[in-house]
Design a binder for this molecule. Structure first.
Ligand code: PMP
Length: 326
């Protein structure tokens, strides 16, 4: 990709997790991207595609519905190319992400939910309405834009294949729009069809049900927010053909795993990254991992974006220490 520092992120072996789960665990660290998340990749592809197709003129405004990361990628790339960004985020978005987006220059609107286009109060509906009623705007629409899957098929998948020298046996990542798992899954399965492509979502999200049955559940309930993952509608960028299994985890076990990983490694994992860790712990028996496997965990962003949600207890303790030892 041409915008500096998008893609070609490193992978790192994690000895702690390798020992804990008796296999070889590698982590793809997507916080090395320009906007510090994996979502810079689809943001770049969607923007380039819209400009090339003449769907927006210089100085126009890119509009997106986002849990924060795609919005930031869009904002930075748009700005560097001479465009504006208007981002619709749901009220569950962390205060850190909202502060970062605002600093990057996005105009932000906070919506009730991200339930999809059929809900008048959702980020997606509000973004689409805004773009439809304002001149020289373009709704990138990551949930249905084919460039979302394509970005991961063209960049993330090949990087992972090359960085693991074709040894990867399992790919684990959180599922939100489905772009990452669908694009990476498709590329990896084209190289070696037996690679396990495993998604992770919060309990109550409906993608697992859809994968297993091809239908949506009769009753759709609200579910625990693990930022960036989980859906109560089926996005167009979710391709069940590329996915073997979806595991579900809870918010409490995710937070516990984020803290355990931090205590061992000193690294703050992002919220959805910690959900992947929680799935390894909870489904350890079912996963049947062993030392012959090469397991790649996808970390889309960094825990610095979720200090208030995941790591606040340490921040509080630290403030007390600062007070008592001036
Ligand atoms: N984790 C985080 C932190 C994210 O921002 C996203 C994107 N919403 C995801 C996971 C899920 O990625 P995808 O949309 O490609 O399924």
């Amino acid at each position: 990709m041409t915008t500096t520092s998008i893609g070609n992120t490193p992978i790192r072996r994690c000895d702690f997790l390798s020992t804990l789960f008796n296999t070889n665990v590698f982590i793809k660290e997507e916080f090395h991207n320009l906007g510090m998340s994996a979502k810079d990749r689809p943001a770049y592809f969607m923007i380039q595609d819209a400009i090339k197709a003449g769907r927006i003129q210089p100085g126009g405004t890119f509009v997106e519905a986002s849990s924060g990361n795609t919005g930031l990628g869009i904002t930075i790339i748009a700005k560097q190319m001479g465009y504006q960004a208007k981002i619709f985020v749901s009220k569950s978005c962390s205060q850190e992400k909202i502060a970062i987006l605002t600093n990057a220059g996005a105009e932000i609107e906070i919506c009730d939910n991200s339930n999809g286009l059929h809900d008048f109060h959702s980020t997606q509906f509000r973004a689409q309405s805004f773009a439809a009623t304002h001149a020289n705007t373009y709704f990138t629409n990551q949930y249905y834009n084919t460039q979302n899957i394509r970005a991961h098929y063209k960049t993330t998948g090949p990087e992972i294949w090359e960085q693991t020298q074709g040894k990867i046996t399992h790919f684990l990542c959180g599922v939100g729009t489905g772009g990452t798992i669908s694009g990476v899954g498709r590329f990896l399965k084209e190289q070696q069809k037996n690679i396990c492509i495993w998604g992770i979502e919060p309990e109550g999200s409906i993608l697992r049900h859809f994968l297993l049955s091809g239908t949506v559940p009769n009753e759709i309930k609200p579910f625990d927010a693990i930022e960036g993952i989980g859906r109560n509608f089926i996005p167009g960028s979710f391709d069940p053909q590329q996915i073997d299994t979806i595991f579900q985890v809870g918010k409490a076990e995710t937070i516990a795993m984020a803290r355990a990983y931090r205590d061992e490694t000193g690294i703050l994992s992002g919220f959805s990254s910690a959900a992947v860790l929680a799935s390894l712990k909870r489904y350890n028996k079912e996963m049947q991992l062993n030392p012959s496997h090469t397991v790649l965990l996808f970390f889309p962003d960094h825990g610095s974006r979720y200090v208030s949600k995941l790591y606040a207890e340490t921040a509080d303790k630290q403030r007390e220490t600062v007070k008592t030892h001036p």
